[in-house]
Structures are given as C-alpha cells and as structure tokens.
Design a protein around this ligand. Structure first.
Ligand code: 4AD
Ligand code: MG
Length: 566
C-alpha cells in the first residue's frame, strides 16, 4: 500500500481552477488538498497564497537536527498528499510527526526548491489544532498493511490510501447511478428494509423480532423482582373482598360522603394491587408459544418479519403505476457463503421498467454498466491510477473496454454448449443443461471465451425465481444475468410474469405459500402490465472497477458469517 503515493499532475482530477484563485470550503474554514495539488498545474499557480489546510499526517520526519519537520498530509479529498513544512519555532515538532496525527495548519504555499518531486508545499506559520497520536499505541503502523489486517480495524481503515480511494470510487458510482437513472426518467423509490415477503423465495432471510429481547427483559425483571406467591395473591383477593364489604356496609348505613369516598378509594387501591400481582404472576420466561409453535402474534409486527433480500417486489408496485422506477438500498442474505463475492449485507441497485421486455431490460443493464465505467474514467482517474499501480494493472483498460464495446448476448442453452466444448480446462462442477452456472463457468465465459461482458438469457425455469416470465417453450424463463470479467455475475434480472394464472401456478409449483404474495398478485389482477427489471450488486461493481479481490474490502462495514464489527 504505497503510503507515499503521489500521482503525477496529468492523472489528477482536473478542477476549473487554472488561475490563482483559491476555492475555500463552504462548511469548514480550510482549503481542500484536492483544490491545491489536484489542479492541472499541481498547485504552482497558488504559490504565495495563504491557506488553512487540515488533514492527517501520513508520514512525518524531523530534519535539520530537529529545526524543522516535513509532514505529508492527506485530507481524503484526493489520493495525493500535500507536503507541509513546519519550523521548530512555530510548534513542538515531536507532537506533529507521528503517523495518524491530525493537524489544522495555516501557512503560505511556496514553490519548493527545484529538484524535489512536489510542485508546491505549505510553509506553516501557525499550527491551529493538533489531534495527537501515541505512535507506540497507534493501531495502523506505517509499514505495508494487508487488506486482511485492515479488516480488524474497520474504524481506522478509512485512513489508508486504499480504503479511501475505494470510498471515493464507491461514492462516484453511487452518484453516477442516480445520474444515469434520473437522466433516463426513472423515479427513485425507497423500498422497505423490513419486509414480510421473501422476494427470491429462497428462505435465506434474517428474521426481525423483538421476542428475544422481550423474553430477556422479563427474565431480568423476574430476577430482580420475583413473581408473587399464591399466598400473596390470595391475601390480595381477601383484601379486595374486605374492602368491598366495608363499602357495602357504609352504603347501607348511609354513611357520610367523605367516609364513603375514603372507603371506595381503599377498594380501588386493593383492586389495582390485585390486578398488578395477577399480571406479574402471568409473566413467564422464554418465547411465547401457541399450539406448540412460536406465537408471532405477540411479536412486534404481530407476524413474522424479515430483513429484505431485494426491493424488487415492492418497487414493482411503483413501476406498475409510475412506469420507470429504481430502488437503491441495503439488502440482506443469511446465506453461509464464505466466498470473496458474497456479503451478508450488500447494496443493490434495482430498476424496474413498465412496458419493457427482456430485450429492453438487457439494453438498460448494458447502458447503465457502460455509463458507470465511463463516469469513473471521466471523474475518478486519479483513484483509478492508484488502483492500477497497486492492485490491478488492467483496471483502467477494463473500464475503457467495457464502456466502448457491445456486450455479448447468448442464451443459456448456447452457454452450456460452449462450456461443454471446453477441453483445455477441467471444471470442478460438471456442465449439463439445467444446472445453475457456477462462478467458474460464468468467469470462463466472460474472461476466456468472450473476454468482455456477456449477457446470458433464457435460463431453465427450475433454477430461477417464481416471478420470472415463462417462455413459450415452457422450460425456460425470460431471465438474464450480466457476467463480467474479474467478478462473474454482476447483474441478475428478468422480464416479470404478468399473467395472473401463470404466476399463481409458478408460486404453487415452487411450494411457496400464496398468502404473503396476495398483494403482489393484485398487480396482475388489476391493470397488469408487461414489465422488466434487474438488480446490480453494488459491491460487485466496485470490485469490477477497482480490481480489488475481496468484496469485504469494498464496503465500509462488511458483514459476513461470524463477523459484524461496529
Ligand atoms: O441475482 P439476484 O439474487 O437478483 C435479485 O435479487 C433480483 N430480485 C433483482 C431484480 O431483478 N430486481 O441479485 C442481484 C445481484 C447479483 O447479480 C449480485 O451481483 C448481487 O446482487 N448479489 C450479491 N452481492 C453480494 N453479496 C451477496 N450475497 C449477493 N447476492 C447477490
Ligand atoms: Mg442471481
């Protein structure tokens, strides 16, 4: 992880600043390092200007026998650092040089002596703020750190060059996503995270329940305050009876209003006490049961609920009213996959288009992926250069290739034939018509046979979800997967089954309960429309763009079996 990586000026993101004007931040009193060293002139045109700069010290070294120090400061706005020079007369240097120290400094930009690699450096006149670091304890040593090591310090890893570059690329892809769909007339719909329907019908959902927390609360409470004994309840009942008797006596003796009121109030207290004791006596440890099963009517939503595996079913309700829509949010899958392509929590971009068939869907997917690639070339070249230098030499070439050449489109049946004819490689999983293509097959198609993105369509209906449109052959469905080099499956989508009878039959065939899908079936009962959509795994797109090997390193806070830090 080249901690002192400084890209040449030509690779920097260009800003509109070519003269000597300085762009100050709107919401923090400083100048972004990007707006100094990221200028087309590398910041030379700003020599002589006074600026305030903040950031974290990447490397710091005292020089001239401790008379001054050089700090390489990075504020996360771009991959490049700003060289900062501090004189010992300005501030104690020992506090500034440890890696990880935060500094806010004011100074003058100067052109350094010729022969140095910097175009401009900051001579500090005032150290405004310091966030110190004890170098002995700092969890991120200055040595080359592996991405595996960094997964144990997810809270500090954004300080590294790699994770910050990935964060900027990820941010750019999110911005590009909204730009693409907004430009094409799609409406952004926020679909729920908590759901009661299983979109993929695969049963790999995380359950959302308060039954366990409720049970623990009762357990704690009963420990602190044990339930009433039978005798205590009997005594309380007797008291109610006594007090009731007293009220009756006073009434028949025509007692004064004050006396009667006082007695009635005692009766009320005795009744309240009894009902409290009776309620407490009903408290039981454990999960509520009914007829030998967990009683979900007592759960928070009065029924079983889950974290969504996909926003598709819900976004379809808007597509069937507003035509072109998309959702972009977190999705959750409780599959025990330990691969470098699977997360338990990942983000998905899911457009849904009314009056669109499978071909329209493929066209949209291809245009969207191309747009993302071109966007990174146009807006993130400095970070992409970093990836090329440190992770994947072909990352930029891949973006160029994908953004400019048409994707291959082949049917599942053709894909199987091609794979069956492969002789130079032995696959771990045998290929025959009807199998779900394994990652090794998908990657072989896109990386070896076609050497570019491939869209495989018309999959066997047996291996695909219930909502996909059944083709006329009755054996396949109008599904499509976009496969890309480095990653394999990037997108999964389909034309949706819009025929009521057919979709009901499909749900039954797959032995799924009809009841949770009744609302979904209404979309076919009333004003049904041909429609199509797909889901792009956002982290898989970041993997594809950056060339990073493991999906756990391209999401800010990875969740996978056995691991959910922070
Ligand atoms: O193919 P999938 O399962 O499709 C759906 O969920 C559809 N409901 C989408 C739709 O039509 N609206 O998932 C879509 C994509 C996959 O192609 C893959 O890129 C990604 O989501 N994906 C995962 N990414 C990371 N970790 C996982 N466990 C993933 N599972 C799927
Ligand atoms: Mg899929």
């Amino acid at each position: 992880m080249a901690e002192d990586f400084t890209p040449p000026i030509s690779q920097m993101q260009s800003t509109t600043l070519t003269d000597d004007s300085i762009q100050f931040e709107n919401f923090s009193r400083r100048v972004l390092i990007k707006n100094i060293v990221g200028r087309p002139d590398g910041g030379v045109g700003l020599a002589g200007k006074k600026v305030t700069v903040g950031g974290w010290v990447k490397t710091g070294r005292e020089q001239g026998k401790g008379t001054f120090a050089f700090l390489e400061v990075n504020d996360g706005s771009c991959p490049a650092n700003l060289q900062v020079l501090v004189d010992a007369s300005v501030s104690p240097l020992g506090d500034l040089v440890p890696t990880g120290t935060c500094v806010l400094v004011e100074g003058e930009l100067k052109k350094p002596p010729t022969g140095t690699k910097q175009n401009v450096e900051l001579r500090v006149c005032k150290v405004l703020e310091v966030g110190p670091v004890d170098p002995v304890k700092y969890p991120l040593p200055k040595t080359k750190l592996t991405l595996e090591f960094l997964r144990d310090v997810v809270h500090l890893r954004p300080r590294t060059n790699t994770i910050s570059a990935v964060a900027r690329i990820r941010n750019a892809l999110a911005y590009a996503t909204h730009t693409f769909f907004q430009k094409n007339g799609f409406l952004y719909v926020q679909t729920p995270i908590i759901t009661t329907s299983d979109c993929e019908g695969a049963g790999e959902m995380f359950q959302v329940t308060t039954l366990c927390t409720d049970a623990e609360k009762v357990e704690r409470e009963l420990k602190q305050n044990p339930p009433p004994t039978e005798a205590e309840i009997e005594a309380a009942k007797l008291l109610v009876k006594d007090k009731g008797g007293m009220v009756a006596d006073l009434k028949s003796a025509k007692a004064s209003k004050e006396e009667l009121d006082a007695s009635l109030s005692e009766l009320k207290n005795a009744k309240e006490n009894l009902s409290r004791l009776e309620e407490r006596s009903k408290l039981k440890c454990g999960i509520p049961q009914k007829d030998g099963k967990i009683d979900y009517t007592q759960d928070f939503f009065a029924r079983q609920a889950f974290l969504t595996v996909s926003g598709q079913l819900q976004v379809e309700t808007f597509a069937c009213a507003l035509s072109s829509v998309y959702t972009f949010g977190p999705t959750f899958r409780a599959e025990h996959s330990h691969t470098s392509r699977h997360l338990a929590e990942f983000w998905m971009v899911e457009p849904e288009i009314a009056f669109a068939n499978l071909e329209d869907d493929m066209n949209c997917a291809e245009a969207y992926v191309k747009f993302l690639c071109q966007w990174l070339l146009d807006n993130c070249l400095d970070d992409m250069e970093f990836m090329v230098k440190n992770f994947d030499k072909t990352a930029i070439d891949r973006l160029k290739l994908v953004s400019s050449s048409p994707f291959e489109r082949i049917s599942y049946t053709e894909a199987v034939k091609l794979l069956q004819n492969v002789t130079e490689k032995k696959f771990e999983n045998n290929v025959e018509w009807g199998i779900d293509l394994a990652s090794e097959h998908e990657r072989y198609l896109t990386e070896v046979i076609f050497k570019k993105p491939v869209i495989v369509y018309n999959y066997p209906k047996k291996i695909k979800a219930f909502y996909m449109k059944v083709n006329d052959d009755e054996k396949t469905v109008a599904a499509m997967d976009v496969l890309v080099p480095k990653v394999g499956e990037l997108i999964g989508g389909s034309q949706r089954e819009e025929r009521y009878d057919v979709i009901v039959k499909r749900i039954q065939e797959m032995e799924l309960p009809l009841e949770p899908y009744e609302w979904y079936l209404d979309l076919r009962r009333y004003g049904t429309v041909k429609h199509s959509g797909f889901g792009l795994g956002f982290e898989r797109m970041v993997l594809f763009a950056t060339g990073i090997d493991n999906i756990r390193d391209v999401i800010p806070f990875p969740r996978y079996p056995g691991r959910a830090d922070l």
